[in-house]
Design a protein around this ligand. Structure first.
Ligand code: SF4
Length: 404
């Protein structure tokens, strides 16, 4: 990397820092506006003292927690997390299958968080890929499929890439497969999930109570699928949805936009994250995803099956498919068993029905160094984020209890 490029990058980062993270005057203006709109809403929503807004994505939960956004906004606005953490929602079944492959002398490529994820049932006494590695299995942590491809090419042994993630990574997987980059010894295990069906499922749960009044939609995913993917959801559930960036100013502006729409009785999909997201999204990436994958009903950890919420390789790519090649069983609705440890409330946390500190295991038996549930493992997991920021948010619990 030459020094000109580094200088430019540093300057750009400084500008972002100044505009989005240390911009106190703008922060004050937005918070004043939020307070004004909430005052107005109190008149409109006299019968409902609390307004619940779901920040769907784990990275938004990080921003909310890291920058203390809950403490900046009026207590009548309750921010709850959503199911936007791919590691948290990957069924135990696929962790178990990956452990089985690893113990059968197949090299497993996986992201760092997946490595530590604990299965609900052991395979030959082994509960995680990290334990499998300790037993001598070949488990390699990678940061991209390209890294797995290069390594698999170099050693030539039978290997499987565990393809976890949402639409954001699906296009990269599709590109690698379409361009024939995968060597014959590397198979792909697709456990990719789709976010709009999960958002619909979550909002359906809350529909009866009518407590979730708006959603901060995932910015990364929307760069691929576009804001239009949320339009149908906002209309079906009659709530505003704002596609937000990940800086604190982005999140505050998104909250303000949701509140403003509530005052006007609107339910539109709006892009706050205009520097990265368009209405239509990345059409080329969408085309590649459609070409490589078929949409299936899929299981979400702790939740069960959500219709048309997962991606599997199409038959014409079966030569890359770990399901066929290594007899990996797909999970079927009839086989579904609850896959969280006793006491773990991860499903409630990711569906916005509980705060981490309402779980009896939070920071007792379940900690970042001894995670019990998947939400404590992933860096995007709400429990992990709260634990690392030492949030034992009594006020947040009171707020949530007040509206349950
Ligand atoms: Fe599950 Fe641990 Fe979170 Fe409780 S604190 S919900 S056990 S991940």
């Amino acid at each position: 990397m030459n020094s000109d490029y580094t200088d430019q990058l540093n300057k750009a980062m400084e500008s972002i820092e100044a505009a989005f993270r240390r911009n106190l005057s703008l922060t004050r203006v937005i918070i004043t506006k939020i307070n004004e709109v909430v005052h107005e809403l109190t008149r409109v929503y006299r019968y409902e003292p609390k307004i619940k807004i779901m920040n769907f994505c784990g990275t938004h939960e990080w921003t909310v927690t890291h920058y203390g956004i809950r403490s900046l906004i009026p207590s009548s606005i309750v921010l709850v997390a959503g199911p936007g953490c791919p590691i948290c929602v990957t069924p135990s079944h696929f962790i178990e299958e990956s452990i089985r492959l690893a113990l059968d002398d197949i090299t497993i490529y996986t992201y760092g968080d997946v490595y530590r994820l604990r299965a609900i049932r052991p395979v030959k006494g082994v509960y995680s890929l990290s334990e499998a590695k300790a037993h001598g299995a070949s488990v390699k942590i990678i940061t991209s499929i390209a890294e797995a491809i290069n390594d698999a090419r170099a050693h030539g042994k039978e290997s499987v890439f565990v393809g976890i993630g949402f639409e954001t990574v699906a296009s990269g997987y599709a590109r690698a497969i379409l361009s024939g980059m995968l060597p014959p010894n590397l198979k792909f295990l697709s456990v990719v999930k789709l976010t709009p069906p999960a958002m619909k499922y979550t909002l359906e749960i809350h529909r009866q109570e009518r407590l979730v009044k708006g959603v901060i939609a995932p910015g990364h995913v929307s760069t691929i699928i576009g804001a239009k993917a949320w339009h149908e959801v906002s209309k079906e559930f009659g709530i505003p949805i704002v596609v937000s960036g990940f800086e604190p100013i982005d999140v505050l502006l998104s909250i303000l936009e949701i509140l403003r729409q509530l005052v006007k009785g609107k339910a539109d999909t709006v892009i706050e994250y205009k520097r990265a997201v368009t209405w239509d999204g990345d059409l080329e990436a969408q085309k590649m995803i459609r070409e490589v994958f078929e949409v299936v009903d899929d299981a979400w950890r702790g939740i069960g099956f959500i219709p048309r919420s997962g991606l599997r390789l199409k038959k014409r790519f079966r030569m890359y498919d770990a399901f066929g090649e290594y007899g990996v069983r797909d999970v079927a609705p009839g086989d579904w068993v609850h896959d969280l440890s006793p006491g773990c409330r991860c499903a409630d946390v990711i569906l916005g029905r509980a705060m981490p500190s309402q779980c009896p295991l939070f920071m007792k038996t379940c900690t970042p160094s001894t995670p019990v549930g998947p939400c404590m493992v992933s860096i995007e997991g709400t429990c992990s984020i709260w634990a690392k920021h030492r949030v034992l948010d009594v006020e947040a619990i009171k707020d949530l209890e007040a509206i349950q």
